[in-house]
Design a protein around this ligand. Structure first.
Ligand code: BG6
Length: 458
């Protein structure tokens, strides 16, 4: 095992403190960080290394709860270092280069925990300073553009300094244990695969429900809307795992080739078909977790003073009827829905069969991580000990150079093109309303009823 430098741009930011450091702590505690490895936080916080270590210790104790072991955390903190970096200043980059030392001394992973607007400068400087050798890896995360065109532009920036084999695009849903289990469930048992097609399956439902509202993210969410915040990435990835053909070998590119094939087979939604395929809505006042909560418009009004350009046009709920036009799925509707301020927080997949010896397969992604075939519990991942967080799994994969659970550029573009088709046509699409604490507007039930279907509810 080779020593690694893990260099985090935005090292003292929220993503780093909440997700990356806890993930690295666990990887360290399992002996997965070789001797001589360093975890280097970069930012403009102007703090000392000791202050940085103290901050990380404090946050680890906060976020790890019962999993926090002080002696392990202290030992982990010995690997931590902090450097100030002013990304617009050449001298600052020169100092970073001197600090990192000769390229090739160890493996190097760059994690971009900074807004995409900074990707360009960072990649350019890494390249210019000779800090992006072929062996280095770059980790980035959404939002990677807001349509196909801007996603191409982001990629142009990344690919000017890094090859596709070096770029790890995170969709944290791909790091969830139960999402990864979908592939094993489908492909490890030939019987499942033999029933997994239009001949036996009537319809498939994918729901990702959240109880939170827009919180402090109104400016971003109102602009993006939940179609771009959730469907383009997380629900699309789940859809791909459910619908893809079996990869010949389980190599990263084989898996990703099969996924792109699904996205390319999605029937485009047009102005003519939009109203029959998409329902969008915003939440009104209602209840969440037992207390009264304001509606979306009231909530964002409270944030207008800070973010003047919130237009109030973002959808907080969406339901889509998706058609996958290939031999396996032609005629089988896939219903996707996701929303904020719904009645519960869960993610689950329902596969409704017809003419088969089984009626229904339920794959729970969260909080339960179970697979049921009718009333039979087939698998319960929660019973196999501590479940690693998505970031722990994904960072472990980056360290091993395994890109299977990372999104390739062509997948991103294909899915944006499909999303762009919906958005192009939807200026006149009705914005429905639903009470906070419900499962969305009535129109979402109507979307399924039109084909004689019904959302599965417990
Ligand atoms: C993020 C979205 O990607 O995923 C958020 O930007 C959303 O709006 C979150 O709340 C949901 O993730 P999880 O893991 O909590 O289901």
């Amino acid at each position: 095992m080779k020593a690694l430098d893990i260099v985090i741009f935005g090292g003292s930011g929220d993503l780093s403190l909440r997700k990356l450091m806890p993930a690295l702590y666990f990887l360290y505690s399992q002996g997965k960080l070789a001797k001589g490895s360093r975890v280097v936080g970069l930012s403009r916080a102007r703090i000392s290394r000791d202050d940085f270590r103290a901050l990380i210790l404090e946050k680890l104790a906060l976020y790890l709860g019962d999993d926090y072991v002080k002696t392990v955390a202290q030992a982990f903190c010995e690997l931590l270092d902090y450097r100030d970096l002013d990304i617009s200043d050449d001298q600052s980059w020169g100092a970073l280069k001197d600090y990192l030392g000769p390229v090739g001394r160890c493996g190097i992973i760059y994690y971009m925990a900074v807004p995409p607007t900074l990707f360009g400068t960072v990649c350019e400087q890494l390249d210019r300073q000779g800090l992006a050798p072929d062996s280095s890896r770059l980790v980035v995360e959404k939002p990677l553009g807001e349509d196909a065109q801007s996603a191409e532009a982001v990629n142009k920036i990344l690919s000017a300094s890094f090859r596709e084999e070096q770029i790890y695009r995170i969709d944290h849903y791909l790091g969830k244990e139960a999402v990864q289990n979908i592939l094993a469930f489908r492909f490890e048992d030939g019987r499942v695969e033999s029933l997994w097609n239009r001949e036996h399956i009537d319809n498939i439902q994918i729901t990702v429900a959240e109880t939170v509202g827009v919180e402090g993210r109104a400016a971003f969410l109102d602009r993006a809307g939940i179609l771009r915040d959730m469907i383009q990435n997380h629900l699309m990835q789940i859809l791909c795992f459910i619908a893809m053909d079996a990869p010949e070998k389980l190599t990263a590119n084989d898996v990703r080739d099969r996924k792109v094939a699904v996205v390319r087979a999605l029937r485009p939604v047009t102005a003519l078909t939009l109203a029959d395929h998409v329902v969008r809505a915003q939440y009104g006042p209602g209840e969440a977790m037992g207390r009264p909560v304001p509606g979306y418009m009231q909530e964002i009004r409270g944030q207008e003073i800070r973010d003047k350009d919130i237009a109030g046009t973002g959808e907080t709920f969406i339901a889509v009827r998706v058609c996958v036009d290939n031999d396996r799925w032609r005629g089988v509707p896939f219903y996707l829905r996701t929303g904020k301020r719904l009645s519960g927080r869960f993610a689950r997949i329902i596969v409704n069969f017809r003419n088969a010896e089984i009626n229904r397969v339920i794959l729970n992604i969260q909080p339960d991580m179970t697979i049921h075939i009718d009333d039979v519990l087939l698998q319960d991942s929660a019973h196999s000990g501590r479940i690693p967080d998505a970031y722990e799994k994904l960072l472990g994969d980056v360290m091993q150079g395994n890109q299977s659970y990372f999104v390739r550029h062509d997948e991103i573009i294909a899915s944006w093109e499909w999303i762009d088709g919906i958005r192009k046509a939807w200026a006149d699409l009705e914005m429905h309303s639903y009470p906070a604490g419900s499962m969305g507007p009535d129109a979402s039930d109507g979307l399924l009823a039109a084909s004689g279907h019904k959302w599965y509810e417990d």
